[in-house]
Write a protein that binds this ligand. Structure first.
Ligand code: PLP
Length: 397
């Protein structure tokens, strides 16, 4: 058989969406799915947000792309919004999460390779089960062998430490350490929030030894937890942070945010991207930020997250053989299962038209659009209950 015209790197399923309708996706054959996956934490305003759609339409009619060699009023506007609402002083825009992490890695290394730095400090300590993207640097930053297979050699400069183990992280720091790269809440790894002690401890080590604390908030950032960024929950600010996914609401956009001090090595000519920060992407990002920086919007995400979590906690008690626990924050929730989560996620999708996402550590990710309403939350629980009631783990797979 001939190879698919799409390089066959994804195990694509039979759901073939052609239209979105707020929190639902409609398939080629007209089947309606409840979308509690949001393009894996991307479509935070759902599929029909007039503000986001209007901003993209208007910008497309006005000016879609210009080179980064010109001044960027659109980029300055969005960067200023991010600076005003976060720890950061400066922003580099990218087209994806992996590129945002790449920029964050380069920023952390360049901090030390600056004339006032210690150029031996080239290594970042990263954590088990992390996911930072699929470029060579970002797969090298993860210990997950399934992502390495076929792509050796990995890039040097990363050391893997047990996630959430502060003593191990402390013990690993040496003369070559540039800093830590960590997801405050692991996404692909199974919606695993780092402990308060761990995040505070990493910050303290960085402060003591002049190292870079780099947060990967590609999945947990942009209001997903009910805070603009998850670091706010911990009360611990990073030096550098990667953001993407939700920040464009579905338009490909990422950002690397840094303090002025951390960005000291990122001078003229040190980094670049043809498309990064183009006017169309900036219009999408600005439309998203206008919504998600509203304190009432964030409070609503937290309240809905609490409601779903409480109901999930009650629900899983009915199926003690199937479900273990619920974890996460806001509308970034994971149900850890006692059996493999992937067959159950397939069952919900194929038999009950409910879209969720499977993750590591036998976890089912529940990532609804942040604009989800009570009717969709009720529909979610109806489908989930029906799915659990007619699920046979022995027959699945
Ligand atoms: N970092 C984290 C935490 C992610 O979850 C992802 C994607 O899932 C990435 C980085 C990579 O983002 P992208 O797929 O946009 O390159």
């Amino acid at each position: 058989m001939a190879i698919s015209p799409l390089m066959p790197v994804y195990p694509r399923c039979d759901v073939r969406p052609v239209r979105g309708d707020n929190c639902h996706l409609i398939d080629e054959d007209g089947t309606r799915y409840l979308d509690f996956a949001s393009g894996i934490a991307v479509n935070l305003l759902g599929h029909s947000h007039p503000g986001l759609i209007g901003a993209i339409q208007q910008q497309a009619e006005t000016l879609m792309h210009v080179s980064n060699l010109y001044g960027s009023p659109q980029g300055e506007r969005l960067a200023q919004t991010l600076v005003d609402h976060t720890f950061a002083d400066t922003v580099f825009f990218t087209n994806s999460g992996a590129e945002a992490v790449e920029c964050a890695i380069k920023t952390a290394r360049a901090y030390h390779q600056h004339e006032d730095g210690d150029s031996n400090r080239t290594e970042l300590i990263t954590f088990t089960s992390a996911f930072h993207g699929r470029t060579m640097a970002t797969i090298s930053a993860s210990n997950q062998e399934k992502m390495h297979k076929g792509f050796m050699p990995l890039l040097p400069g990363f050391q893997y430490c047990e996630f959430d183990d502060l003593a191990a992280a402390k013990a690993m720091v040496g003369p070559k350490t540039a800093g830590f790269l960590v997801e405050p809440i692991q996404g692909e790894g199974g919606i695993r929030p780092a402990s308060q002690e761990f995040i505070e401890g990493l910050r303290a080590i960085c402060d003591e030894q002049d190292l870079m604390l780099v947060f990967d908030e590609v999945q947990c950032g942009v209001a997903r937890t009910g805070h603009l960024y998850a670091y706010e929950m911990y009360g611990v600010e990073p030096d550098v942070m990667a953001s993407a996914k939700g920040i464009g609401g579905g338009f490909p956009l990422g950002a690397c945010l840094a303090t002025e001090k951390a960005a000291r090595g990122m001078g003229f000519g040190s980094h670049g991207s043809t498309y990064g920060g183009n006017p169309l992407a900036m219009a999408a990002g600005s439309a998203v930020m206008e919504v998600v920086t509203d304190p009432d919007f964030l409070a609503d995400v937290r309240a809905k997250g609490e409601r779903i979590r409480t109901r999930l906690d009650q629900f899983i008690g009915n199926y003690p053989d199937l479900f273990d626990c619920v974890r996460g924050a806001g509308l970034m929730l994971g149900v850890r299962m006692k059996v493999e989560s992937r067959p159950f996620f397939q069952h919900l999708r194929d038999k009950h038209q409910l879209l969720t996402v499977a993750a590591g550590d036998q976890t089912l990710r529940v990532l609804p659009p942040l604009v989800v309403g009570d009717a969709e939350i009720d529909e979610f629980f109806e489908k989930l209950s029906a799915g659990a009631a007619d699920y046979d783990p022995g027959a699945a797979g």
